[in-house]
Design a protein around this ligand. Structure first.
Ligand code: SF4
Ligand code: SF4
Ligand code: SF4
Length: 210
């Protein structure tokens, strides 16, 4: 019989984004289960997620806590590859090993595995990672959560045994097991990506002036 925390965790989006203020979905589930946290701190889950939690816990629903951030449709990270300096900091931050690359080499996000958690953005020293909506636009789905959870747990297990692998989670030459990397995006997505990258370049240019 699953514990209450496990049943709560099963309802959470598994992006591991930490926007709830906890170190991941399971710590937040633990906090809810023991009455230490309210059910409205998960932006990726949004209002539907709160309804599910309220149903499980037989309590009143609440509006999403704005201090945790707003709910947004599913986005994925894109690296402005010509500007990447190959520092590997984004790889270390990614909870689901959705970034491949090697020291001093260009890095790439595998969009089929990206959860949109945004954890790779703050560590990037050259601000070359942007978030773009998936096309066609859609919400993060339970199937996405299942994949993300498997990858997160596999990463945690690997790091427990091989902490030194943090810098190089997988062979960047071996993408055979990864979901297909999209070939050039369709024109509308291309425009979205280019606009996002232009904003990132403008931010860099502004930063270099100060
Ligand atoms: S997906 Fe929700 S529960 Fe999981 S870490 Fe992010 S905010 Fe917390
Ligand atoms: S690539 Fe970035 S946004 Fe995507 S899962 Fe990894 S850390 Fe999160
Ligand atoms: S953090 Fe930025 S510069 Fe460093 S490897 Fe990742 S994308 Fe490239």
């Amino acid at each position: 019989m699953p514990t209450l925390a496990e049943r709560i965790n099963d309802l959470l989006p598994q992006t591991q984004c930490t926007k709830c203020g906890y170190a991941g979905c399971r710590p937040y589930a633990d906090a809810i289960a023991c009455g230490e946290a309210p059910i409205n701190r998960c932006p990726p889950g949004g209002a539907p997620g709160i309804v599910k939690l309220a149903g499980l816990l037989e309590c009143e629903g609440l509006p999403l806590d704005p201090e945790c951030g707003a709910h947004r449709p599913f986005e994925v990270a894109v690296i402005d590859e010509p500007h990447c300096i190959g520092c590997t900091l984004c790889i270390q931050a990614c909870p689901v090993d959705a970034i491949v690359g090697a020291s001093r080499l260009m890095h790439t996000v595998l969009p089929g595995w990206c959860t949109g958690c945004e954890l790779c953005i703050p560590p990037c020293p050259v601000d070359c990672i942007v978030m773009v909506p998936v096309q066609p636009p859609r919400e993060w789905l339970p199937g996405d959560a299942a994949v993300a959870r498997t990858r997160y747990e596999a990463r945690q297990a690997r790091l427990a045994i091989h902490p030194e692998s943090l810098r190089q989670p997988e062979n960047p030459q071996d993408r055979s097991a990864a979901p297909a990397i999209p070939t050039p995006p369709p024109p509308d997505r291309q425009a979205t990506v280019m606009a996002a990258l232009a904003r990132a370049r403008a931010r860099r240019a502004k930063g270099s002036e100060t």
